[in-house]
Design a protein around this ligand. Sequence first.
Ligand SMILES: Cc1ncc(COP(=O)(O)O)c(C=O)c1O
Length: 379
Amino acid sequence: MPQDPLNTVQPSRPVHGGIKEAELRALGLRLEDCLDFSASVSPLGPPEGVAEAIAAVDLTAYPDPHCLALTEAIAAHHIGDGVSIGNVIVGNGSTEIIHLLTRAWVGSLPAGSTSNALLLTPTYGEYDGAVRISGGSVSTLTATRCSDGFAWDTVAVTAAIAAQRPALTFICNPNNPTGVLMDRGQLAMIADAAAGVGGLLVVDEAYINLSERRADADVIELAARHGSIIALRSMTKDYALTALRLGYAVASEPVIARLAALQPDWSVNGLAQAAGLIAIADAEYLERARQAVAASRDCVVERLTALGIRCYPTAANFVLAQVGDAGRLRDDLARRGLFVRDCTSFGLPDCIRIGLRPVEDCERLADAIADLWNEEPQR
Ligand SMILES: Cc1ncc(COP(=O)(O)O)c(C=O)c1O
C-alpha cells in the first residue's frame, strides 16, 4: 500500500460541501430554487414534530450546558450496547467533538511518536484541519484505487500505527468520499494497535445510520468498553438537522471526561437539543431513511452508468462518480442550481460526490448531467 511520505494534505482550512451565499449571488440564483447534493444528509428531511419542538423552545433561556436530557436519551438509545450517560458527550455537530479530540490529544504524544495523527485518506478534511489548528502534524495512509473502488490494507494500518505511534488515528466509516466500509473485526484490530502505543482510534460514523451494512461495522459497543476507541455520530446527517448541527460521541468514561473538560458551556444550543430529543425518539425514521437512500442510490447509479460514468460501490448515502473534469462539471451544474461536491480537495479531481436526495431530485440531476453529456460526450 502506498504511503504518503510527502504529507501532501494542504495546511489550509478544509473545503466543505453546502451552498454558499456568495456563489448564489455571483450566479444570480435564489437558495429556494437550488438543490443541494453536496451535503449528504437524510433525504427525508427532519422527523415529524421537530418543527413544533423548536417553535416551543423558550428563546430567552440558556440551553442546558450539560445536555442532560439528550445525553440520557442517547444512552437509552444505545443501552443494548452497554452505553450509560458517562459514555456520551453531545456536541455542536460531531465536528465540535473532532476539535475537542485534537485539542485534548495532540499535546500528549506517546513516547517515540513521529506524528500526532494518522489519517486514512482520501477522507473528510476536518480531521487534518483540526489537528493542524491544535498545533499537531499529520501523516496519511492513502487507499489503493482500482476499478472496484478504494481499499486500505488493515495490516498496513496497524504497522503504520506501530511505527508512527500517533496520539490519534482517524477512520471515517463509511468513508467520505469513497463510501468504503470497514468491518468491526478490522476496526477492533486497529483499535488494539492504537491501544498498544497509548493512542486513540477515532471512528467517525457520521454516515453509518444511513447504511444498509451498518450491522457489520458499528463500533458503539466496542467504544463504550474499549479505552482506546471513540465513535462519533452525526445527528445533523442522520435526521437532516443540517441548519441546527448536532452530534455526539460514545467512548469510555475517562475519554469522555477528558473531552467534557474542554467543551465550552452552552455550545449545543437549545433548538438543537429540543430537535435531538424528538429525533432520537422516532423509532421508525432511520429505517425509512435507509430505504429512501437505497432507492435514490439505485436511481443515480443506473442513470449515470447508462451514460458511461463509473460509480464506485458505496455503503453510504452518497455516490462517488468518476466524471473527468469534476470542477467543470460541478460549475456547469451549479449554473443550473444543482450543487454537487467537486472532489478535487480530496485529491480526486476526476470525481464528484453526489449526496442522495429524494428520487425525483436525483432524476433531475441525472437529466442535467445527461444534457451536458449529450452536448459534449468527451467531457
Ligand atoms: C465524515 C464527516 N464527519 C462529520 C461531519 C460533520 O457533521 P456535523 O454536522 O455532525 O458536524 C461531516 C460533514 O460533512 C462528515 O462528512
